[in-house]
Design a protein around this ligand. Structure first.
Ligand code: SAH
Length: 229
């Protein structure tokens, strides 16, 4: 919802990361590193300004989230994106965050994107192929699937980290079920007014939920409803 910078002040991925550090959104070396390594410029439509702090339409009534939202989610999930861990990105869109997750969990881990617009699954795969995460896609430790992300992706569950890139009316139960004890999910919840919620699964299987901040995402919905706008 906020915008930390705009205009032509930043024309490089590195400058974008420096701004995110300056504004305190990126707080760790690891998140800075992954956002330096995965060039956001490879994930936005041609002719759009990749490094400005703003969401950008990507077709199909979807947007790539603003850099400060990507950074916020990476910070919140950092502990759950260690090498060898399993991460699920629901509503993976351009594939940007799925690629970041894959770099963090590494070749021994698993980063799974689920997106219900098949055209976005194809274009995100092409984006990732141009990026530093290409080899992970080839290995199979990173994969993007076409499907309704409200059902999660049981094949590689349970997950240490789940990110949902679209706003749910309520948290889908299958996503809670697919979270590992000790795992964390970051999910925008709400219709007009949305909260970015942080859902931690405790060792006894119960969940603790807190609100991080107010946000504005496209809805987590059916493909038909989304295409109607
Ligand atoms: N993190 C992505 C966000 C894309 S916008 C990025 O920054 O590129 C949210 C995405 O969620 C859209 O691509 C939309 O098509 C997708 N989406 C919405 N509802 C969905 C559902 N039920 N299952 C899977 N994907 C969904």
């Amino acid at each position: 919802m906020e915008q930390y910078w705009s205009g032509n002040a930043v024309n490089q991925n590195k400058g974008m990361v420096e701004n995110l550090q300056r504004y305190g959104i990126i707080q760790s070396r690891k998140v800075a590193e992954v956002m330096e390594t995965i060039d956001r410029g490879l994930f936005v439509p041609n002719g759009t300004p990749p490094y400005v702090d703003s969401p950008i339409p990507i077709g199909y009534n979807a947007t790539i989230s603003a850099p400060h939202m990507h950074a916020t989610c990476l910070q919140l999930l950092e502990e759950n994106l260690q090498p060898g861990m399993h991460a699920l990105d629901v509503g993976s869109g351009t594939g940007y965050l799925t690629a970041c997750f894959a770099m963090m969990v590494g070749p021994q881990g698993r980063a799974i994107g689920v997106e219900h617009i098949p055209e976005l699954v194809s274009s995100s795969t092409e984006n990732i192929q141009k990026s530093a995460a290409a080899s992970l896609l080839k290995d199979g430790s990173l994969s993007v699937h076409s499907g309704d992300g409200r059902q999660g992706w049981p094949e590689f569950a349970p997950y240490d980290a789940i990110h949902v890139g679209a706003a749910a009316k309520e948290i889908p139960q299958p996503l809670i079920d697919q979270l590992k004890p000790g795992g964390r999910m970051v999910i925008p919840v709400g219709v007009l007014f949305q909260d970015l919620q942080v859902v931690d699964k405790n060792s006894d299987g119960s969940v603790s939920i807190r609100t991080e901040t107010s946000v504005r995402y496209v809805p987590l919905t059916s493909k038909e409803a989304q295409l109607q706008g």
